[in-house]
Write a protein that binds this ligand. Structure first.
Ligand code: ADP
Ligand code: MG
Length: 338
Protein backbone atom coordinates (compact mmCIF):
# COMPACT_ATOMS: atom_id res chain seq x y z
CA UNK A 1 0.00 0.00 0.00
CA UNK A 2 1.20 3.49 -0.83
CA UNK A 3 1.73 6.05 1.91
CA UNK A 4 -1.22 8.35 2.26
CA UNK A 5 -0.14 11.38 4.30
CA UNK A 6 0.53 14.63 2.47
CA UNK A 7 1.47 18.11 3.53
CA UNK A 8 -1.32 20.57 2.78
CA UNK A 9 -0.47 23.29 0.28
CA UNK A 10 0.10 26.70 1.89
CA UNK A 11 -3.10 28.30 0.67
CA UNK A 12 -5.21 25.48 2.13
CA UNK A 13 -3.29 25.50 5.41
CA UNK A 14 -3.81 29.27 5.57
CA UNK A 15 -7.51 28.90 4.86
CA UNK A 16 -7.85 26.42 7.68
CA UNK A 17 -5.88 28.63 10.04
CA UNK A 18 -8.03 31.57 8.95
CA UNK A 19 -11.04 29.79 10.40
CA UNK A 20 -9.73 30.49 13.88
CA UNK A 21 -8.85 34.13 13.39
CA UNK A 22 -11.27 35.44 10.78
CA UNK A 23 -14.77 34.26 11.54
CA UNK A 24 -16.62 37.24 10.13
CA UNK A 25 -15.94 40.72 8.74
CA UNK A 26 -15.63 42.12 12.26
CA UNK A 27 -12.70 39.79 13.05
CA UNK A 28 -10.79 41.16 10.07
CA UNK A 29 -11.66 44.70 11.16
CA UNK A 30 -10.22 44.00 14.61
CA UNK A 31 -6.96 42.61 13.21
CA UNK A 32 -6.46 45.44 10.74
CA UNK A 33 -7.21 48.16 13.30
CA UNK A 34 -4.85 46.55 15.78
CA UNK A 35 -2.11 46.36 13.18
CA UNK A 36 -2.53 50.08 12.50
CA UNK A 37 -2.34 50.87 16.22
CA UNK A 38 0.74 48.64 16.56
CA UNK A 39 2.31 50.56 13.66
CA UNK A 40 2.18 53.72 15.74
CA UNK A 41 -0.52 55.43 13.66
CA UNK A 42 -2.10 58.61 15.01
CA UNK A 43 -4.94 58.47 12.49
CA UNK A 44 -6.84 55.35 11.53
CA UNK A 45 -9.69 55.31 9.06
CA UNK A 46 -11.96 52.33 8.51
CA UNK A 47 -14.18 52.00 5.45
CA UNK A 48 -16.66 49.19 4.98
CA UNK A 49 -19.12 48.33 2.22
CA UNK A 50 -22.03 45.98 2.78
CA UNK A 51 -21.08 45.38 6.39
CA UNK A 52 -17.60 44.37 5.34
CA UNK A 53 -18.79 41.58 3.07
CA UNK A 54 -17.83 43.53 -0.07
CA UNK A 55 -15.01 45.68 1.30
CA UNK A 56 -13.03 46.35 4.45
CA UNK A 57 -10.34 48.99 4.14
CA UNK A 58 -8.11 50.44 6.83
CA UNK A 59 -5.92 53.46 6.11
CA UNK A 60 -3.33 54.46 8.68
CA UNK A 61 -0.50 56.95 8.93
CA UNK A 62 1.74 54.55 10.83
CA UNK A 63 5.29 53.51 10.09
CA UNK A 64 4.55 51.61 6.89
CA UNK A 65 6.58 48.68 5.54
CA UNK A 66 9.59 48.17 3.32
CA UNK A 67 9.08 46.28 0.09
CA UNK A 68 10.42 43.05 1.57
CA UNK A 69 8.42 43.40 4.76
CA UNK A 70 5.29 44.02 2.74
CA UNK A 71 5.77 40.63 1.09
CA UNK A 72 6.75 38.90 4.32
CA UNK A 73 3.78 40.27 6.23
CA UNK A 74 1.45 37.85 4.44
CA UNK A 75 3.41 34.71 5.29
CA UNK A 76 2.07 32.56 8.08
CA UNK A 77 3.88 33.07 11.41
CA UNK A 78 5.54 36.19 10.06
CA UNK A 79 5.74 38.93 12.65
CA UNK A 80 7.94 41.86 13.62
CA UNK A 81 6.59 41.75 17.17
CA UNK A 82 8.24 38.77 18.83
CA UNK A 83 11.53 37.00 18.21
CA UNK A 84 11.61 34.29 20.85
CA UNK A 85 9.43 32.56 23.38
CA UNK A 86 10.41 34.87 26.24
CA UNK A 87 8.98 37.77 24.24
CA UNK A 88 5.56 36.16 24.61
CA UNK A 89 5.57 37.23 28.24
CA UNK A 90 6.53 40.85 27.70
CA UNK A 91 4.17 41.77 24.91
CA UNK A 92 3.21 45.39 24.56
CA UNK A 93 1.68 45.15 21.10
CA UNK A 94 -1.83 44.00 20.15
CA UNK A 95 -0.59 41.42 17.66
CA UNK A 96 2.19 38.84 17.98
CA UNK A 97 0.95 35.61 16.41
CA UNK A 98 1.81 36.68 12.88
CA UNK A 99 -1.21 35.06 11.32
CA UNK A 100 -3.79 37.77 10.75
CA UNK A 101 -2.59 38.97 7.36
CA UNK A 102 -1.83 35.43 6.17
CA UNK A 103 -5.37 34.49 7.15
CA UNK A 104 -6.96 37.50 5.51
CA UNK A 105 -5.01 36.85 2.30
CA UNK A 106 -6.26 33.28 2.24
CA UNK A 107 -9.94 34.20 2.32
CA UNK A 108 -10.22 37.57 0.56
CA UNK A 109 -8.81 39.60 -2.32
CA UNK A 110 -6.27 41.88 -0.71
CA UNK A 111 -4.71 45.12 -1.90
CA UNK A 112 -1.94 46.73 0.06
CA UNK A 113 -0.31 50.12 -0.36
CA UNK A 114 2.40 50.94 2.08
CA UNK A 115 5.26 53.40 2.38
CA UNK A 116 7.72 54.27 5.10
CA UNK A 117 8.31 57.97 5.65
CA UNK A 118 11.96 57.58 4.65
CA UNK A 119 11.21 55.90 1.29
CA UNK A 120 10.41 57.87 -1.79
CA UNK A 121 8.30 55.14 -3.32
CA UNK A 122 6.03 52.70 -1.59
CA UNK A 123 4.88 49.21 -2.48
CA UNK A 124 1.65 48.11 -4.05
CA UNK A 125 0.63 44.46 -3.69
CA UNK A 126 -2.33 42.42 -4.80
CA UNK A 127 -2.87 39.04 -3.20
CA UNK A 128 -5.49 36.42 -3.81
CA UNK A 129 -5.70 32.87 -2.48
CA UNK A 130 -2.44 33.51 -0.59
CA UNK A 131 -0.69 34.24 -3.91
CA UNK A 132 0.83 37.53 -4.92
CA UNK A 133 -0.78 38.41 -8.25
CA UNK A 134 0.69 41.88 -8.67
CA UNK A 135 3.52 43.85 -7.13
CA UNK A 136 4.82 47.23 -8.19
CA UNK A 137 6.27 50.40 -6.71
CA UNK A 138 3.71 53.08 -6.00
CA UNK A 139 3.61 56.76 -5.17
CA UNK A 140 1.46 56.56 -2.07
CA UNK A 141 0.98 58.30 1.25
CA UNK A 142 3.27 57.39 4.14
CA UNK A 143 1.61 54.69 6.20
CA UNK A 144 -0.45 51.73 5.12
CA UNK A 145 -3.70 51.20 3.30
CA UNK A 146 -5.00 47.68 3.21
CA UNK A 147 -8.23 46.62 1.65
CA UNK A 148 -9.81 43.22 1.53
CA UNK A 149 -12.58 42.59 -0.92
CA UNK A 150 -15.20 39.86 -1.06
CA UNK A 151 -14.40 38.12 2.19
CA UNK A 152 -14.74 34.32 1.91
CA UNK A 153 -15.14 34.58 -1.88
CA UNK A 154 -13.29 31.26 -2.11
CA UNK A 155 -14.93 29.62 0.91
CA UNK A 156 -18.64 29.66 0.00
CA UNK A 157 -19.63 27.61 3.05
CA UNK A 158 -18.25 30.33 5.31
CA UNK A 159 -19.79 33.10 3.29
CA UNK A 160 -23.16 31.45 3.70
CA UNK A 161 -22.75 31.49 7.47
CA UNK A 162 -22.57 35.28 7.56
CA UNK A 163 -25.55 37.01 9.12
CA UNK A 164 -27.56 39.92 7.76
CA UNK A 165 -25.74 43.17 7.01
CA UNK A 166 -27.34 44.74 10.09
CA UNK A 167 -26.01 41.98 12.34
CA UNK A 168 -22.52 41.94 10.80
CA UNK A 169 -22.39 45.74 11.03
CA UNK A 170 -23.18 45.55 14.76
CA UNK A 171 -20.19 43.23 15.22
CA UNK A 172 -18.00 45.65 13.27
CA UNK A 173 -19.11 48.60 15.37
CA UNK A 174 -18.39 46.55 18.52
CA UNK A 175 -14.83 45.80 17.43
CA UNK A 176 -14.25 49.35 16.21
CA UNK A 177 -15.52 50.71 19.52
CA UNK A 178 -13.25 48.45 21.55
CA UNK A 179 -10.11 49.44 19.68
CA UNK A 180 -11.10 53.12 19.73
CA UNK A 181 -11.64 52.96 23.50
CA UNK A 182 -8.27 51.34 24.02
CA UNK A 183 -6.50 54.17 22.15
CA UNK A 184 -8.13 57.53 22.94
CA UNK A 185 -4.99 59.31 21.72
CA UNK A 186 -5.57 58.08 18.14
CA UNK A 187 -8.05 59.65 15.71
CA UNK A 188 -10.50 57.04 14.39
CA UNK A 189 -13.25 57.19 11.81
CA UNK A 190 -15.66 54.61 10.49
CA UNK A 191 -17.36 55.09 7.14
CA UNK A 192 -20.03 52.63 6.08
CA UNK A 193 -21.35 52.61 2.48
CA UNK A 194 -19.95 56.10 1.98
CA UNK A 195 -21.43 57.56 5.15
CA UNK A 196 -19.25 58.50 8.08
CA UNK A 197 -20.78 56.95 11.19
CA UNK A 198 -17.96 57.63 13.67
CA UNK A 199 -15.53 60.53 13.72
CA UNK A 200 -13.50 60.34 16.91
CA UNK A 201 -10.99 63.13 17.45
CA UNK A 202 -7.97 62.20 19.55
CA UNK A 203 -8.53 63.19 23.16
CA UNK A 204 -8.44 61.94 26.69
CA UNK A 205 -10.12 58.83 27.97
CA UNK A 206 -13.26 60.49 29.25
CA UNK A 207 -13.75 62.37 25.99
CA UNK A 208 -13.38 59.17 24.01
CA UNK A 209 -15.82 57.28 26.20
CA UNK A 210 -18.43 60.02 25.95
CA UNK A 211 -17.85 60.26 22.16
CA UNK A 212 -18.68 56.59 21.90
CA UNK A 213 -21.27 55.91 24.59
CA UNK A 214 -23.08 59.21 24.11
CA UNK A 215 -23.08 62.57 25.84
CA UNK A 216 -25.84 61.46 28.20
CA UNK A 217 -23.02 59.72 30.08
CA UNK A 218 -21.08 62.93 30.60
CA UNK A 219 -22.32 63.70 34.09
CA UNK A 220 -22.92 60.09 35.01
CA UNK A 221 -19.41 58.67 35.18
CA UNK A 222 -17.54 58.07 38.40
CA UNK A 223 -13.83 57.89 37.91
CA UNK A 224 -11.86 54.90 39.15
CA UNK A 225 -8.17 55.29 39.75
CA UNK A 226 -5.98 53.16 42.02
CA UNK A 227 -2.32 52.36 41.73
CA UNK A 228 -0.22 49.72 43.42
CA UNK A 229 3.15 48.19 42.68
CA UNK A 230 1.43 45.16 41.22
CA UNK A 231 -1.16 46.83 39.02
CA UNK A 232 -3.03 50.00 38.17
CA UNK A 233 -6.71 50.34 37.47
CA UNK A 234 -8.31 53.39 35.95
CA UNK A 235 -11.39 54.31 33.98
CA UNK A 236 -14.99 54.91 34.84
CA UNK A 237 -18.06 53.23 36.21
CA UNK A 238 -21.54 54.56 35.52
CA UNK A 239 -23.37 55.99 38.50
CA UNK A 240 -25.89 53.47 39.84
CA UNK A 241 -28.71 55.21 37.94
CA UNK A 242 -27.10 54.17 34.64
CA UNK A 243 -27.53 50.48 35.44
CA UNK A 244 -29.63 48.72 32.84
CA UNK A 245 -31.88 45.72 32.58
CA UNK A 246 -29.73 44.38 29.78
CA UNK A 247 -26.00 43.84 29.79
CA UNK A 248 -24.95 46.96 27.95
CA UNK A 249 -21.82 49.01 28.17
CA UNK A 250 -19.33 46.82 29.97
CA UNK A 251 -15.71 47.01 28.93
CA UNK A 252 -12.54 45.62 30.43
CA UNK A 253 -9.13 46.32 28.96
CA UNK A 254 -5.98 44.68 30.16
CA UNK A 255 -2.81 46.36 28.92
CA UNK A 256 -4.98 48.06 26.28
CA UNK A 257 -6.52 44.83 25.09
CA UNK A 258 -10.30 44.39 25.27
CA UNK A 259 -11.05 41.18 27.12
CA UNK A 260 -14.08 39.20 28.12
CA UNK A 261 -14.02 38.01 31.69
CA UNK A 262 -17.07 36.78 33.57
CA UNK A 263 -14.90 36.61 36.67
CA UNK A 264 -13.88 40.28 36.66
CA UNK A 265 -17.39 41.27 35.64
CA UNK A 266 -18.53 39.59 38.82
CA UNK A 267 -16.04 41.65 40.81
CA UNK A 268 -17.58 44.87 39.50
CA UNK A 269 -21.13 43.65 40.04
CA UNK A 270 -20.35 42.75 43.62
CA UNK A 271 -18.96 46.24 44.24
CA UNK A 272 -22.34 47.63 43.14
CA UNK A 273 -24.23 45.32 45.46
CA UNK A 274 -27.15 47.02 47.18
CA UNK A 275 -26.68 50.15 45.07
CA UNK A 276 -28.48 48.76 42.04
CA UNK A 277 -31.37 46.32 41.56
CA UNK A 278 -30.37 42.67 41.65
CA UNK A 279 -31.42 41.99 38.07
CA UNK A 280 -29.70 45.02 36.55
CA UNK A 281 -26.24 45.50 35.07
CA UNK A 282 -23.84 48.34 35.88
CA UNK A 283 -21.98 50.08 33.07
CA UNK A 284 -18.22 50.36 33.23
CA UNK A 285 -15.13 51.01 31.18
CA UNK A 286 -12.13 49.82 33.17
CA UNK A 287 -8.48 49.59 32.26
CA UNK A 288 -6.07 47.36 34.11
CA UNK A 289 -2.36 47.76 33.51
CA UNK A 290 0.11 45.28 34.90
CA UNK A 291 3.39 43.63 34.08
CA UNK A 292 2.80 41.58 30.88
CA UNK A 293 4.53 38.63 32.55
CA UNK A 294 1.51 38.40 34.86
CA UNK A 295 -0.88 37.61 32.01
CA UNK A 296 -0.97 34.94 29.35
CA UNK A 297 -2.68 36.36 26.28
CA UNK A 298 -1.85 33.37 24.16
CA UNK A 299 -4.69 31.13 25.31
CA UNK A 300 -7.16 32.11 22.61
CA UNK A 301 -6.67 32.76 18.86
CA UNK A 302 -8.56 36.07 18.94
CA UNK A 303 -6.89 36.98 22.26
CA UNK A 304 -10.18 38.02 23.87
CA UNK A 305 -9.71 35.63 26.72
CA UNK A 306 -6.58 35.79 28.79
CA UNK A 307 -5.19 34.05 31.83
CA UNK A 308 -3.95 35.93 34.86
CA UNK A 309 -1.07 34.57 36.86
CA UNK A 310 -2.97 35.50 40.03
CA UNK A 311 -6.65 35.94 39.29
CA UNK A 312 -7.69 36.40 42.91
CA UNK A 313 -5.53 39.47 43.49
CA UNK A 314 -6.99 41.09 40.39
CA UNK A 315 -10.53 40.29 41.48
CA UNK A 316 -10.03 41.77 44.94
CA UNK A 317 -8.33 44.84 43.51
CA UNK A 318 -11.06 45.53 40.95
CA UNK A 319 -13.75 45.08 43.55
CA UNK A 320 -12.04 47.35 46.07
CA UNK A 321 -11.25 50.05 43.50
CA UNK A 322 -14.84 50.21 42.27
CA UNK A 323 -16.21 50.21 45.82
CA UNK A 324 -13.86 53.02 46.73
CA UNK A 325 -14.87 55.07 43.70
CA UNK A 326 -18.56 54.59 44.43
CA UNK A 327 -18.13 55.51 48.09
CA UNK A 328 -16.39 58.75 47.15
CA UNK A 329 -19.10 59.59 44.69
CA UNK A 330 -21.88 59.06 47.23
CA UNK A 331 -20.32 61.43 49.79
CA UNK A 332 -19.44 64.01 47.15
CA UNK A 333 -22.92 65.63 46.91
CA UNK A 334 -22.74 66.75 50.57
CA UNK A 335 -19.64 68.78 49.71
CA UNK A 336 -21.30 70.43 46.75
CA UNK A 337 -22.86 73.65 48.12
CA UNK A 338 -24.36 74.77 44.84
P1 ADP B 1 1.10 40.30 13.94
O1 ADP B 1 0.30 41.57 14.09
O2 ADP B 1 0.68 39.25 14.90
O3 ADP B 1 2.58 40.53 13.93
P2 ADP B 1 -0.02 40.25 11.26
O4 ADP B 1 -0.24 39.14 10.31
O5 ADP B 1 -1.22 41.00 11.71
O6 ADP B 1 0.76 39.65 12.50
O7 ADP B 1 1.01 41.28 10.62
C1 ADP B 1 2.30 40.81 10.23
C2 ADP B 1 3.33 41.93 10.25
O8 ADP B 1 3.04 42.88 9.23
C3 ADP B 1 3.32 42.73 11.54
O9 ADP B 1 4.13 42.13 12.54
C4 ADP B 1 3.86 44.09 11.07
O10 ADP B 1 5.28 44.08 11.07
C5 ADP B 1 3.38 44.18 9.64
N1 ADP B 1 2.17 45.03 9.52
C6 ADP B 1 0.89 44.61 9.47
N2 ADP B 1 0.03 45.64 9.37
C7 ADP B 1 0.79 46.76 9.35
C8 ADP B 1 0.49 48.18 9.27
N3 ADP B 1 -0.77 48.62 9.18
N4 ADP B 1 1.55 49.04 9.27
C9 ADP B 1 2.82 48.60 9.34
N5 ADP B 1 3.16 47.29 9.44
C10 ADP B 1 2.16 46.36 9.44
MG1 MG C 1 -1.70 41.76 13.69
Amino acid sequence: MADIIQLLPDNIANQIAAGEVIQRPASAVKELLENAADAGATEIRLFVTDAGKALIQVIDNGRGMSETDARMAFERHATSKIRNIEDLFRIKTMGFRGEALASVAAVAQVELKTRRAEDELGTYLEIENSQVVKQEPCACAAGTSISMKNLFFNVPARRNFLKSNAAEMRHIVDEFTRVAMAFPGIFFSLTSNGQEVFHLEAGNLKQRIVQILGSSYNAKLVSVNEETDYMNIYGFVGKPETARKTRGDQYFFVNNRFIKSAYLNHAVNSAFEEMIAKDSFPSYVLYIDLDPSQVDINVHPTKQEIKFEDEKIIYAFVQAAVKHALAQFSIAPSLDFT
